[in-house]
Design a protein around this ligand. Sequence first.
Ligand code: HEC
Length: 309
Amino acid sequence: MKKLSLFIALMVLASLAWTQMGPGMGSRTPQKIYPSPFSQEDGAKLTELIRIARGGQLYDNWWKTTVDTEKPQKDHPLWKEQSTNTRRGYDTFRCKECHGWDYRGKDGAYGKGSHYTGFKGVHEASLKMSLEELENITRGTERKEHDYTGYLADDDLADLAMFIKKGLIDTTRLISDEGKPTGGNSRTGSTLYRRNCTHMCHGVAGTAINFGDADNPEFVGTLANENPWEFMHKVRAGQPGTTMPSAIINEWSEKELLDLLAFSRTLPKDTSEMEIGWWRTFWGGFGHHRRMHEDYRPGSGRGFGPSLE
Ligand code: HEC
């Protein structure tokens, strides 16, 4: 009798431990992040995810995502239709500059401030237009000033359409108009961060790669706090010209994205915070100390190359 109750007690404990781990932790082997060898069907799916992510990087910065394109020096032909955004040259050619990191153009975060152009977003087009219609937009069939064929190849335009059709998310579900996450668990986020972002790259404090410059440093924490839409876009698509992995390719859920954002907002935003905080202990300990994002991929800092890891 005693033995039996001990046995039952042990079973109860074991099952408790199992449920404590939850489906998330227990079954969340690194498989998603390091995909195991895939079948043909999975292969086709993976190819599509890679093209969607590549389209996202082209949307961010097509010159950096490609290796053989020419960088425009003049302003975009549509630029003269607005006077509020005073950027010049290549920046005016980046899809995100007119249509926004939240894909909502004038109705989103770029509805005010120095990036305001008054141009609409691509969110609506994503819902209404077919892949072919989306591609035609970048071929200038609707408006000749919107023709990118002089710069981008057919594959690039196809990947861009693929991203807009299949890769866009409704950012309002994740981020409020004020730029606050709509939820997210920073404890789960810290595990995701530690597993995917720390080693060899951003470091424990997110400060090992500086996206800005020495005077105006920009770290993971800076972006997560100041431009969560850009943060989300780059986490999902990856950073052009680097081997940063892509959450689109690795099929992260909205919850995982939110958890990561919630945690990343607790990281230091600038050097002063870093020097006084406990983060200092880790400064340079992991990741790539004081590396700039451009240095990430030895050589040009151009080309598409998010890894599956
Ligand atoms: C200089 C600003 C600018 C840039 C850069 C730009 N666009 Fe546009 N885009 C526009 C304007 C203006 C329209 C027309 C909006 C309208 O019909 O009111 C438009 C329309 C679109 C539409 C159709 C939206 C709709 O609902 O009708 C899509 C899709 C689109 N652009 C995708 C892109 C992509 C992809 C890139 C990058 C390769 C890009 N755009 C770069 C200004 C820009």
